[in-house]
Structures are given as structure tokens and as C-alpha cells.
Design a binder for this molecule. Sequence first.
Ligand code: IFM
Length: 640
Amino acid sequence: QLNSNHLEPVAKGQTEHGAFLHVKTSQSQVHIVMEQRTSFLRRGKDAAPTIVEEVSQPRRSVIEDTGSISEEIRFHARELKNYTIEKLVAIFTSRDQGVTDPDTVSRQAISEAPSFNELFERHKKVWHELWTKADVNIDGDRFVQKVARLHVYHLLTTASPHNLQIDAGLPARGLHGEAYRGHVFWDELYIFPFYFLHFPEIARALLMYRYRRLNAARAYAREHGYQGAMYPWQTAADGTEETQVIHYNPVSGEWGPDLSRLQRHVSIAVFYNVWSYYSFTQDREFLEQHGAEMMLEIARFWASIARFNPSTGRYHIEGVMGPDEYHEKHPDTKKEGLKDNAYTNIMVVWLLEKAIKLQNLLPATVFNNLSRRIKFDLKEMEQWNDITRKMNLAASRNGIISQFKGYLNLKELDWEAYRNKYGDIHRMDRILKAEGDSPDRYKVAKQADVLMTFYLLSPHEIVRILRQLGYRVGDPGSLVKANYAFYEPRTCHGSTLSKVVHSALGRYLESKETTWRWFLKAMESDIYDTQKGTTTEGIHAGVMAASLSIIISNFVGISFRNGHIMVKPDLPSHWNRLSFRLVYRNNWYGFTVSRSCVSVRLLSKEGSGTVVLGDKEHTLTPAQPVCTLSRRRQDAQGVS
Ligand code: IFM
């Protein structure tokens, strides 16, 4: 029952060369003008098309309806002759830069437009440039090759170089349908690495969407009694909270409360993306003028929501939800939200440490000016530092990090019984609620939550943070293995995002099989519409982009450390060869990985970069642009 009619007619009519249609969006009042030119051509077999109005005068008429216009062309066709009708449309909106009257501009554009053939040549050239930067070429796997390109294509039709000029975020479901009303979520966390590695300028433009909504995030924090900036779970044009408050359950046919706005962790994602963008690009201008301000304000928010409890001697965060959307509150309480969600608390420690670093990272004048502008006092960092040592994590047993306070005491779900009864149990929340029960009572998750921490931080980093907080933990490898073994079987994977997280973690489990199994499920998500109907409402941009990241991070084994590119390939055994390009810290590199050899080439004409292949460090320069590692040496170095 959503209103799917978003356009109001303004004007339309016939023109000398075709027709035009002027509409405006019903809420935001953006004017959109489409001006059409139709030419009637006859194409000889080899000859270029020529305008042949004189040969057989076509009769044109327009058909008008409310908010629509079309053209009808009648002519006498001769048997065995080819005819071409060329329709060009110019589209301008009142939001285009340098345009005050989209009517005039579109009319002028269409009258000056060259032929379709010429436009098509330009179009191909632009796409060729995009593909050169983003393509991944896989020999040995037709399915993955096809789907990887499908994913690249849909990401680029959602956010492309056009985004540099417009104030737009990246909607979780692309620009392809009405799912989630085009809202922007934390899914950026999964999507941005694609842009960091192939189009950092687009990533920057998307981050600017967040920066322009920093004031709205400040207001949202204040509205809830916090300091700094709290980004809303779902956001659209003006940066205010857009999350629905009721949720339809198709299993029961009833509406119920929706608390998902308590996913305050979206502010962790914004911080993480700003920091990652800076690490990938070293774009100091962005950091100094925009990024640092977002980071400090987000850190302030987390420091204000974390409350010190003198009786535990620790900081706690309450009233939030983790990425697992099934748990909305503790069972048998009315209070909304959870206490001490591990993903949130660990990531907050990580981000506060990064925010503290800003003081030394920024030039003193920049830091001081910014502090003055946002009334930042260095004493705040003392408290942040205290939190990084005393943040609470709910008690853990046998190396299992408890998802939140009380999680380990929840009931086990009878998975077999539900599988037998319902078959598809991806949405256990809806099933349990329809039965008058609640997922809050069970160890059942929609998607990776504790494991999400391992998607963003390395197991070493997590162990370091846990030890710093005073928790006894074993070695990083055992920690990730134990938590995967515990949480994966208790997860429904009701979100496509869950699949990429579980695939990515395969690298720490030393399990090629795990990586591959989840990777395939991720690749199948949209092309097969595995959620049965959700793809028709819009693509899943998160899984599309993150599946491409798995190719780079897991199969080619690329990671970035201290400005170096580390490469440890682990290709699926049936892949013969893989090649692609990426940009890191302003230098473009070309990678070719085959069964017998890995080679990396510096493509930029200036600059230099360090690549670590196997255990050997190579400095690539324009004079010495290539490094290679042969299969024999890979084997000797234990690279599979
Ligand atoms: O942001 C996600 C969330 O993690 C799971 N449900 C769908 C949202 C939008 O993709």
C-alpha cells in the first residue's frame, strides 16, 4: 500500500522534432524535463543511415495521457528495406548544477545533440574507461565471471562519476526499486571498499553526503540526550531518522513494533568508512576539512552513551541493537535495546583509539582551529582513553565472546523442528513472532554480529583490544575459530550481508571450503533472487560489492599494512587465471594471478609503492614496475 506514484505532471506537448514531458517529484519538488527528438532513417545494408524524410513522409502524431506522452509514427514500408527510427532524449532536472530552467536547457541540448551513432561511440568510450578500472577477468569460472561483472555493472549504475556532482548517498538497494524507500544504511561499510579500490573519488563524494548531514546527526544525538553526532539508522534527503516504527510480518499478516532504529552502530560504520578512505587514499585535504570533524563528533557521541558504573569499575553501553536485528531487548523486560553488545563495544574502543590519534595526525593549526570551531576540549580525550581500558564486555566462556549481556543464558532453538515445520527458516524472527514467541528468548541471529567484528578488525587487533580491557583470551586463531564454530550454526543468514561476512572469515579458519561455500551463496543472491522476491524490489548493493572484495581479499589474498600491499593468493582450484586493476594511495596497479605465477605491475607513470609477495618486499617504480612470484617459490614459502 505504499504510494508508488512519485511524480506530478507539470507540462507536456509536441515539438518540432518530437515531444517533451515535464514532471516534478511530489515531495521534494524536483523538476524533471525530458525532451525527445525522433528521426526517421533508412539504413542501406552497409551504408550509414541517412535522414530520408523525403522518401516516404512519415506521419507523426502524439498521444497524451496524464503525466505521459508518446509519439506514433506511420509510414509506408517497402518490402525488404531496413528502416531505423532514432529516438534521443535529453534529461535535465532542477537539481543539476548550473541549471535554473531545465526546460530551456533540455530543448537546447536535444537540438544540438549529434546522431545516435556518435553518442553511442562516446557512451562506449566512457564505459570502456569504467571497465578498465573495475573489471575482474576470471579464466576458469564462467558463472563467477558473469556475476562479478553483473555486480560491477549494478554498482556503477548506482554510484558513478556522476555522483561527484550531486549530493547523493548510496542506497542499500541501489537505484533499482522501492525497497527501503531508497534509504541509506550502514551497508556502505560493505560497499565502499569497491569504490576505495577502483574509484576513490566516488567514495569521497559519498562520504560528503554523510558530512553534509553531520548537523542533523548532531541534532539527533541531542534529541536523545547525547553529545556529538549520532547518525540515524536509515537516512534519506535531510539526514533525519527515517526508520519505520512498525514492521509487517507476512507470516502472521500482522504489524508489530520495529525497534531497528536502535542500531546505533551505524555511527561506527560512518567512522570506519572515513578512516578507511583516508588509509586507502591519504587524502589529507578530506581528512582535515571534513573527515576529522566527523570522527571527533562520532567519538564524542560514543563517549557520551558509554556510562561508567563505579560498582563494576567499567563503562557500559545500553539501549542499543547490534547488527543481528532479531534481538531487540532483553527477554522479560520492557526496556528497549540491549546492554553491552560486543560488536559495538569493541568497535567503540577501536574508534576512540583512532580518534585520539587525530591530535598528532593533523597539523597543530588544523587541529586547534577545528577544536575551537566544535568546542572540543582535550580533556575529552582523557575520558576516551579511560574508556579504551575499561569498556565492558559481557562475560565470555571458553573463548566465546557473548553477543550481549545475558546472551549465553538464552535458550537454544530447536532448529531441526523449525526446519521440518517451515522449510525455509531464514526469517526465524517472523516465524517466532507469528507463533506468539520472540527471538529475544533464543540464541538465534539474523546475521553476523560478534563475527562482524572479525570482518572489520583482524583477530590480532581484537585480541589486543580484549587484553587491553583486562580479559584473558587465547591466541587470535583460536579466538576466531571458536567464535565461528559457536555463532555460525546459530545464525539464520536472513540478510545477504551475512554471507559475505562468513565467506571472508574463511581466511582465518584456514578453510577454503568455508570461503568458497559462502562466496557462492553471496554470488547467487541477486542473480537467482535467492530471497524469493526481494531482488525485484532492488539489488542488494552490500552483497554485490562485498562479494567482489572477497575475490580481492580472500582469493588474491590482498591486504594493506603500513602503506604496503601484501599479496598471498589462494585461488579456487578450478580458476586458471585472474586479472584486475586497483588504485592504492594514488598509484594504479595491475594484478595477474595464475596457477604458475603472481605478478604485480605498477601502472602509474609516477610514484612508487611497496608490494609484499609471499615473504619478499618489492619496491615498484616506473623504472622497475613489475614483481613476480612463481608457483615453485610460492610453494616453498607456504603460499597455497
Ligand atoms: O542494513 C541492512 C541490515 O543489516 C539487514 N537488513 C537489511 C538492511 C538494508 O540492507
